[in-house]
Ligand binder design. Structure first.
Ligand SMILES: [Zn+2]
Length: 84
């Protein structure tokens, strides 16, 4: 099992649902419940840079400085979903 969601980089153990769901109802080993629902991406048309911006917004909304948010999200473009 991947430790990080391969779409947004969130640690899967911090996912309250324990991961995204596959089409057959099993848990996804790669993606969190925000990114992947019932076997499909929640935002199918997003790209890595837009995903990174979204995560930066979410992180800074939680009171974390933007410079730290940028650091935390710097690996997003290298995740499995974007490395095609
Ligand atoms: Zn995710």
């Amino acid at each position: 099992m991947n430790k990080l969601c391969q779409s947004c980089g969130m640690p899967l153990k911090r996912d309250p649902n324990g991961g995204g769901s596959n089409a057959d109802g099993s848990k996804s080993n790669d993606y969190c419940s925000h990114c992947y629902v019932d076997g499909a991406f929640a935002q199918p048309d997003i790209n890595a840079e837009a995903m990174r911006q979204l995560c930066i917004n979410n992180i800074t909304a939680g009171g974390i400085p933007k410079i730290l948010a940028r650091l935390l999200t710097r690996k997003i473009p290298k995740l499995k979903r974007w490395s095609v």
